[in-house]
Design a protein around this ligand. Structure first.
Ligand code: ZN
Length: 669
């Protein structure tokens, strides 16, 4: 089998497995088509089986050798799979979602029921799926109690208790609204099953209350683990500090532009709300076609005839009481390419939440984001490369949808709608803020309370809601940043493409490429599309950085042996500090180092060094800093015993090159 075929067969096995294993989440992008008999399984035994299965997949991937690095598409696919595997590790081992977050088990019970109800065609099969899962509540929640004991985060438990506050009446209402899909003789037993399952969640809520004081205070995932995520799952080429800066700059920009547009349109009347959800859906359907025509007319994005439509529909009664479980839309799936995507809308009324009101007045607000998700996913499910048809990280998906909002604003879609223009800047503000909150919570720069204070001041919003939002962000590190960071990466990619080849640059061509590859991290797309040098494909890969540093260390020793100070100094920062093993005082800068070298006895008088071995490296990379611990063994001529040295070196990336900024050396024997 060729490397490509082996890779595909591994991917196929993995995605089949993942459809069973992947936990349900509130997010609408990662929804998977599940096997017919699927139920979530999260006992401790399940978790350890998942990890050993994963090791197996990782071993198989490591055995695949891609001999021709010029096959960019294959290398990108390889990296995709690697990242998909890393995401499983991130969920289970780093975030420990299954034992830290009580909400995880709300998602694996009633959350699953919610997902099955999103497809607008409720059939007998839907009801079977729901019943099978209702029957599974008891098992899932038994495992939940075993897993959460001693590990659950206190703040998260508090919010889950609140989420479940009315779960019995929520589920009763849902059950009654579903009766029209159930034959008369089965209705009573269905309702009693719903009520038993609801009782399981009530018992779980009470258990959380009872054990609340024994749960541990929430802690952040930490800078080191978060950087691991950025480099191994999301392939984001920025450090946490760089991302916070991007968030701050974009937040200020959007705040200012929102004010400019508010001022410009202050005398324009706010458009009316539609009479009802049906009228809103009819408006939306017309506008969706207009947006599609706009893409074509402006030469921005190809709209294949076979691509379904993104429509609105009044929110069904059975979803109403459980709408808090996720996004009430149905973006279809790989086996439903001929179906339209649907977003359910509530009954328009004065005083409705901000986003819903905006969307009711101008449904294009939703079309340019959610509608972009639908189109991107439906196009990506048609990708000729099998591995790219699968979701695995929403960084690109959200990046594309958010980029599309500003693309359409700039291209003039909203020229007739002043308030929608202002709205786009408001959306930008919120997304920029999410980066700051997400990265700060993940790295421990902010606690949950800090984040709540920050949100309540900056948005502004009431503290209680801000606190719930903060807990929500803390449950999914790396998700809040996807919108802005994805968009910033896309803009960088586009600009680079235009700079390199202005005469060939085509918005339509690059957008078509982006949308059909909307599951592939942008750093990889940029590398593939711009045909960047092969050794630049993994510029942020930690193992690659470790290799570079270890090679630099070797090179410095070789320079030392060759008495080549100049080339050795290329690896040392101008303002380095050093603890030498014999000098008591700290050495400052390259100048201090050279003075020290001149003080040392020259090698003509001392013992002659035959060779130096560098051994046992332990190298950690944290953002733009790396710490290298290693040993040196110096072999002398003339039977003189070896010298054994320990080193701790701090490296930092300066103008694109890794350099030593501090070294501590100590001779053991
Ligand atoms: Zn989105």
């Amino acid at each position: 089998m060729t490397a490509e075929a082996t890779l595909e067969s591994l991917a196929s096995d993995f995605w089949k497995w993942r459809a069973w294993q992947q936990p349900r989440s509130h997010d609408d992008i990662p929804r998977l088509e599940r096997p017919k008999e699927w139920i979530p399984n999260w006992s401790k035994e399940n978790v350890s089986t998942y990890l050993s299965d994963l090791e197996n997949f990782e071993r198989r991937l490591n055995e695949i050798e891609i001999t021709n690095p010029e096959h960019r598409e294959i290398l990108v696919d390889y990296k995709l799979l690697k990242s998909a595997f890393a995401r499983v590790r991130w969920e289970i081992e780093y975030l420990e979602m299954w034992r830290r977050f009580p909400r995880f088990y709300i998602d694996q019970t009633i959350g699953v029921v919610f997902d099955y109800l999103l497809n607008p065609n409720v059939t007998r099969e839907t009801v079977e799926h729901i019943q099978r899962n209702l029957n599974n509540f008891k098992t899932v929640l038994t495992h939940a109690r075993q897993n959460l004991t001693g590990y659950a985060f206190h703040e998260h438990a508090t919010v889950s208790i609140e989420d479940l506050g009315n779960i019995d009446s929520n589920m009763k209402e849902m059950g009654e609204a579903l009766l029209e899909f159930i034959s008369n003789e089965k209705q009573a037993s269905f309702l009693s099953r719903v009520s038993e399952a609801a009782q399981e969640l009530v018992d779980f809520r009470e258990w959380l209350k009872l054990n609340l004081s024994s749960f541990v205070p929430a802690s952040s995932i930490g800078e080191k683990s978060f950087v691991w995520f950025l480099q191994n799952v999301a392939y984001i080429p920025y450090t946490p500090s760089e991302m916070i800066s991007i968030g701050e700059i974009e937040f200020d920009k959007a705040t200012t532009f929102e004010a400019i547009f508010e001022n410009k349109y202050k005398d324009k009347p706010i458009p009316h709300l539609p009479k009802n959800a049906t009228e809103q859906s009819e408006n939306e359907s017309k506008l969706e076609q207009e947006v599609r025509d706009f893409y074509e007319r402006e030469n921005l994005l190809t709209q294949p005839e076979s691509l379904g439509h993104y429509l609105n529909a009044p929110r069904p009664k059975y979803l109403e009481p459980i709408k808090w479980l996720g996004v009430t839309d149905d973006l279809t799936g790989p086996s439903r390419l001929d179906e339209d995507g649907i977003s359910y809308v509530p009954v328009p009324r004065d005083g409705m939440p901000y986003f819903y009101a905006a969307n009711a007045r101008d449904p294009r607000a939703g079309i340019v984001h959610e509608g972009a998700h639908y189109q991107q996913l439906a196009l990506s499910w048609r990708n000729p490369r099998f591995i790219r048809r699968h979701f695995y990280d929403s960084g690109v998906n959200e990046g594309i949808a958010f980029y599309n909002e500003e693309l359409m604003l700039a291209a003039g879609l909203f020229i007739d709608a002043p308030h929608s223009q202002t709205l786009m800047y408001n959306f930008m503000k919120l997304r920029a803020l999410r980066v700051i909150i997400d990265v700060s919570l993940a790295t421990g720069r902010m606690s949950i309370d800090d984040a709540a204070n920050y949100l309540s001041k900056k948005v502004p919003m009431d503290w209680q809601t801000a606190h719930e939002e903060a807990v929500f962000f803390a449950s999914f590190p790396g998700q809040g940043l996807t919108y802005q960071i994805g968009k910033s990466q896309i803009i960088n990619f586009m600009a680079e493409a235009r700079r390199r080849n202005p005469s060939e640059f085509s918005l339509r061509k690059i957008h078509d490429y982006l949308w059909i590859n909307g599951n592939v991290p942008i750093s990889l797309l940029k590398w593939e599309y711009l045909k960047l040098p092969v050794d630049e494909i993994f510029p942020q890969d930690i193992s690659h950085i470790k290799e570079i540093i270890w090679k630099n260390i070797r090179h410095m020793l070789d320079c030392y042996l060759a008495k080549d100070r100049k080339n050795a100094d290329n690896h040392i920062a101008e303002d380095v500090t050093l603890w030498d093993s014999v000098e008591p005082q700290l050495i400052f800068g390259l100048r201090g180092l050279n003075a020290l070298r001149d003080r040392r006895p020259s090698s003509e008088n001392g013992p002659k060094v035959l060779s130096i071995e560098n051994l046992n490296p332990v190298i950690d990379v944290i953002g733009e800093i790396a710490i290298a611990r290693y040993e040196l063994l110096i072999h002398f001529d003339g039977g003189i015993p070896d010298e054994h040295i320990r080193n701790t070196a701090v490296w930092r990336i300066i103008n694109g090159a890794w350099k030593v900024i501090h070294n501590h050396e100590d001779v053991i024997s």
